[in-house]
Design a protein. Sequence first.
Length: 117
Amino acid sequence: QEQLVESGGGLVRAGKSMRLSCEASGRTNDILDMGWFRQAPGKGREFVAVIGRSAARGHYGDSLRGRFTITKDSVKTMVYLQMDNLGPEDTAVYYCYLDGPGGGRIWGQGTQVTVSS
């Protein structure tokens, strides 16, 4: 069973940057892709970004393209989410996930990102 551990959240001022990390452990050879969702207070879960196991580039939610960048370290089975020019609207719990064979999805515990104005 794969597991995910996120890190890098916290408090940041508007206009600044932050990088989140997510490390997978377990049967990592079966991972198809890894990515991020986020959930702001009182809102549903929103897709942020995903990157495939063999992909060179990620795919992004429409409102985030250009400010957020997802990268990976295949050796360490980690993904990173670089977030630039953050605004209060980016305040949310950010969840890392991975997709395995057969449609199974594993979620991390989430990391809080708070952007102050």
